[in-house]
Design a binder for this molecule. Sequence first.
Ligand SMILES: Nc1ncnc2c1ncn2[C@@H]1O[C@H](COP(=O)(O)OP(=O)(O)OP(=O)(O)O)[C@@H](O)[C@H]1O
Length: 673
Amino acid sequence: MIEEDWNAEIGDEALFPSLEKHHDVLPFFFLQLSLLEKPNNPSSVFSQSVDSFGSDEFVDTQHQSVSSFGRGRNFAAKGFQEENGEDAITQNRGFKGFGQGVCNFVVSTGFQERNAVGGAGTQSRGFKGFRGGFGQGESFQEGSGEDTITQNRGFKGFGQGVCNFVVSTGFQERNAVGGAGTQSRGFQGFRGGFGQGESPKVTYVPPPPPDDEQAIFARYQTGINFGKYDENTVEVSGLDPPAALMSFADTNMCHTLTVNIAKAGYSKPTPVQKYSIPIILAGRDLMACAQTGSGKTAAFLVPVVAQMMRDGVTASSFKEQQEPECIITAPTRELINQIFLEARKFVYGTCIRPVVIYGGTQTDYSIRQVKQGCNILCATPGRLLDIVERGKIGLHNVKYLVLDEADRMLDMGFGADMKKLVSFPDMPQKDKRQTLMFSATFPEEVQRLAGEFLKTDFLFVVVGHVGGACSDVQQNILQVSQYFKRDKLIEILHSIGNERTLVFVDTKKKADFIACFLCQENIPATSIHGDREQREREIALRDFRSGKCPVLVATSVAARGLDIESVQHVINFDLPSTIEEYVHRIGRTGRCGNTGKAVGFFDNNADGRLAQPLIKVLSDAHQEVPVWLTEVAFEAEGGRLPVNTQKNFRGRGKVNAGEVKIGCSAREIESWD
Ligand SMILES: Nc1ncnc2c1ncn2[C@@H]1O[C@H](COP(=O)(O)OP(=O)(O)OP(=O)(O)O)[C@@H](O)[C@H]1O
């Protein structure tokens, strides 16, 4: 695990980045902001915000802030201690870092947001707090109680130094959703960024999902192109593949499972399901590649549950150590949770108990969930290894090991963890378990690596092209240089209206910045990325799902797997650095036979090397290829047209089988989780 964000999946500590990290982050953030400025437009949103602080000094002193963070005395601790509960305690820690330096620097998107959408009362208080705070040097310690008052006091407390500048992602969330209660979360974002000393223990316990039947089987409608999935060519490589099934009834599944499939609204299997289900039922290992949104989750869940029922799996009762029959891993917390929710559908009314555990939540909570019984364990890699190492999970019973987003699970982000998982002494050898890998993309290097985990007679199912984009997504690549991206974004979002839109950017800081910027433009937006606390990530996703915030600005943490109803648009404000990532990102729309639109801002200076693989993806998906793009591709390749566009396009040395060295560029290191 070498990536900053990946670490967030593994250790709770990473949720509260150390001060040292921000020594790097702050100058970068400044750079980022300046890069986002148009050269001839000094009156940017950012400058306006700055102006509203009423302090010219901070411009000159911003670099000092870097060194001043974290050296301070325990500023304002008492005031925050007056609040009850986990938030107050952590806030206290967060503020420890402030106060002593010459310049503390605050980026508070929250205040900007309240401007945009908050109630009048809140705005007034927020701004009072802000203005009053600068340079006054009053104390946090006065008063108690209500969040808004605390904020007010809190900001009064700033100002011992010449300039205060706080990067508070939490405030952004409030921007989007408003309300006093959420305002207090702003301080969480703040403390998350600038705490000092030891990392606070993560105490977040996610709310339990609703467990009434209607909620469990909630779904969205298949789209007009659902039937067209059958037009895709399907190739099965390997010896003696079983025949594909034509309907769910073709299998000998137990009655309860058949009923659950119907309740889930699945009347006919998609191609990846038609081929994968019989392969898994036949006990074969499988690597399956099919376009985004085409039902890969059920392609492994249905046969695994069917087999478990056939094997007469018994209800697992309360035990200190559980021995699940199936382990499912996925790279992000939100995705693994989604897989768990899907699993609940298919096991409904059976004795099979699925459990989900992931980073950013209280470890004891994960352990309690596991102890209560666990047949199918859905887990992100870090939390999984942690729980196994604590002896709460025994692996000797594992019959099914599923890697969703398998190419990501095997690359330099999680590859080492997966190797560690299969190397535990009690993990059955590959010939004693079934290993199943699914993704919409499988670069050749991963295919070779996957062999280490799979039996030699595994089957490889490919629906359409390996790594092909979903043809239900209308792709449009626009030439937009970075200085004009914000204007273009606003223009597009205004034309879109209230339709649900995912905007991808390349860094966590930029995700917050753009969400904040949109709020200032009266476009309710929120953000999701690896530096946000899990609670905030889940709120952001919930608000996006519900339509409360129709725009979600995200890093690649939201690129894979997320199945959100009615996402009509994906905008790649920054194009990703690999073509695989692009395919996954645009696959958040156009799912399950529905149509969607994807726009990519292509900056010739930054994205030249993506041109060629983009052309292939566009043409494979029968999309128009702009003439300028072919010219850029030609130039980027030094006048040659490269042939293998399935590979990652960033310069990479030769990779030998077994060497984990794929898929992550500098830009993704910033944005993955
Ligand atoms: N046979 C089916 N009939 C109707 N709906 C289905 C069927 N199979 C899957 N779906 C629905 O299609 C949607 C997309 O499925 P899923 O999330 O499994 O896609 P995926 O291929 O895993 O996508 P990604 O590559 O983005 O992870 C889900 O809402 C799922 O419930």
